[in-house]
Design a protein around this ligand. Structure first.
Ligand code: ATP
Length: 233
């Protein structure tokens, strides 16, 4: 579904991605784990089209994304739920969700909204309230629900567990797992390596702009290098 080959990206003269290769197959949950500053967010920005690529190739469902602007990627089914959530705090929960469906004018939007509310009942309860009044966990749910309103084939998730209490983290990871049954492929970027690897099929470890280890998620959880450096075990 998504293939990245030799991806390089820079901020000014400083290169932060030094030739990344990775692949996400249809129906998979793939995670990229790594410390703060490894370049995970930059990778997702390159994929969604909000950060320039200096070299390499990104292919999504057979299309070379190099020539496709950010909104065109969304139209093709590649959506991102960004780090820090970036919801519209002054708008209501429902208005935020409707913005996620801006590409569509059909009647399925109401059905999609009903599905989002079934997935996150708390959002239904608060549908008319300003999104800025939601708790951190609820805002994260709204960010994911809003991305799903765009009917993505592949969802890019940037640190959905960041700053959340353990119970909410578990809930968010459960939702991510359930996306599999909805036919949404997931690329999940996380500092919470253990949580992410537990729900993923495969994983990549990223260190200062390079992929250093990759493999099946259960193999990575058992790998002594990862247990020591990322799982604190
Ligand atoms: P985090 O978990 O903090 O988001 P990350 O793994 O996502 O970390 P990035 O945010 O992609 O890492 O950052 C990778 C490197 O690029 C870091 O060294 C960071 O300081 C640098 N960087 C990120 N954004 C910019 C920017 N706008 N201008 C210059 N350097 C940047």
């Amino acid at each position: 579904m998504l293939t990245v080959e030799g991806l390089r990206s820079r901020y000014g003269r400083i290169e932060v991605l030094h030739g990344l290769d990775l692949q996400v197959d249809s129906g998979e949950i793939v995670t990229v784990v790594g410390a703060n500053g490894a370049g995970k967010t930059t990778l997702l920005k390159c994929l969604s089209g909000t950060q320039p690529v200096s070299d390499g190739k990104i292919t999504f469902r057979g299309d070379n994304l190099g020539v496709v602007p950010a909104h065109g990627r969304l139209k093709r089914g590649l959506a991102q739920s960004p780090e820090g959530r970036q919801i519209f705090t002054n708008l209501s929960v429902e208005e935020n969700l409707r913005l996620g469906a801006f590409l569509f004018t059909d009647t399925r939007v109401d059905q999609d909204m009903a599905e989002a509310f079934a997935m996150f009942p708390i959002l239904k309860e608060k549908r008319n309230l300003a999104a800025g009044g939601l708790s951190g966990g609820q805002q994260q749910m709204l960010a994911i629900a809003r991305a799903l309103m765009g009917r993505p084939k592949c969802l890019l998730l940037d640190e959905p567990s960041m700053g959340l209490a353990p119970l909410l983290v578990a809930q968010i990871f459960e939702v991510v797992t359930s996306l599999r049954t909805r036919g949404v492929t997931v690329l999940l970027v996380e500092q919470n390596a253990f949580g992410a690897l537990k729900i993923a099929d495969r994983g990549y470890v990223m260190e200062t702009g390079r992929i250093t280890i990759e493999g099946a998620a259960d193999e990575l959880i058992a790998d002594p290098r990862i247990r020591e450096a990322y799982l604190g075990l």
